[in-house]
Design a protein around this ligand. Structure first.
Ligand code: NCD
Length: 310
């Protein structure tokens, strides 16, 4: 695998391979010296045009645990000509000869443009409303750990599906792994092509108890040009996942950041059913596996070797 641009490019075997490798990396995080030399001498450039807490920190940690050198470039990018500035930025930063560029940007399809300007391996860390493949991989990984397999699991994705790259990648990844996916939310926040995605669609949470996994999403205000719901209070009244709606055996997921009191009530966020912090932790090993996959896997080195002095 040269790049990771979208889940569309991965088949079930590739998703399983990445998850298996991530599982093998778990043990490194338990060592006193949390480092292996697998990517020593390689340079990973994090190029973030959008806010990020979990994704950026876990990509950075993932690269460092594999002993790569990391350069973080945080661009604000609000008033620049987008296409040109992306090209110029990538050309400029490529002069430093990065081996991989991890990019998050507000432009759908942006990461797919990069290979024409750089030899680096490209990893999409979220492009506009399009895709967020490493989020989907870490979600599959988290569920595989919990459930053993996703085959036949009923996953409900709830909320602002329309603007969600997490949903777009997650739907594909969960289905490739054998899960049955249902989308639920206000009609204005469901994509028009929903049925062609091979999912069921609901506009109420009346049958939420059918779900094995309840995956809630944040309202993506930054991607809305108009009001899609009358008010957050009215949205929460109908679509908030709370202790009344969530059954005791259902697993709860959310990609973060959570708006407590909107899509989730505070008590379910903190409940033992919540996998939210497991998702964050999985982000590091899954991103280690992705960086390893694009930078080293073809060389068949063994990544799990003794820690080296820093
Ligand atoms: C998501 C994103 O940025 O797409 N967050 C994340 O990466 N964990 C979802 C969101 O911002 O709501």
């Amino acid at each position: 695998m040269n790049h990771l641009l979208s889940i569309e490019d991965l088949d079930r075997a590739a998703i399983e391979r990445i998850c298996d490798r991530a599982a093998a990396f778990e043990e490194i995080g338990e060592r006193d010296i949390k480092k292996v030399p697998a990517l020593r001498g390689r340079t990973v450039l994090n190029l973030f045009y959008e806010a990020s807490t979990r994704t950026r920190s876990s990509f950075e940690l993932a690269a460092k645990r594999l002993s790569a050198d990391v350069v973080n470039f945080v661009a604000s990018g609000s008033s620049v000509d987008k296409g040109e500035s992306l090209k110029d930025t990538v050309l400029t930063l490529s002069a430093h000869r990065p081996d991989a560029i991890v990019i998050r940007c507000p432009w759908a399809g942006g990461p797919a443009l990069l290979p024409q300007w750089t030899d680096a391996a490209i990893v999409n860390a979220g492009d506009g409303k399009h895709e967020h493949p490493t989020q989907a991989l870490l979600d599959v990984y988290t569920l595989r750990r919990r459930l053993g397999s996703l085959d036949g699991a009923k996953v409900w994705i709830i909320g602002d599906i329309l603007h969600s790259r997490v949903a777009r990648s997650g739907i594909q990844a969960f289905r490739k792994m054998g899960a049955e996916v249902t989308l639920a939310g206000p009609p204005t926040l469901l994509p028009r092509e929903a049925e062609s995605l091979g999912v069921e669609v609901r506009t109420t949470l009346d049958d939420l108890r059918e779900a094995d996994v309840v995956y809630a999403l944040r309202m993506q205000h930054e991607r809305m040009e108009q009001a899609f719901v009358p008010s957050l209070r009215e949205y929460a009244a109908v679509y908030q996942v709370n202790a009344r709606r969530l059954g005791p055996r259902q697993l709860l997921m959310h990609p973060g950041p959570v708006n407590r009191g909107v899509e989730l009530s505070g008590d379910v966020v903190d409940s033992p059913q919540s996998l939210i912090l497991e998702q964050v932790a999985a982000g590091v090993v899954v991103r280690m596996a992705v960086l390893y996959e694009v930078l080293a896997a073809s060389r068949s080195e063994d990544p799990i070797t003794e820690p080296q002095p820093a």
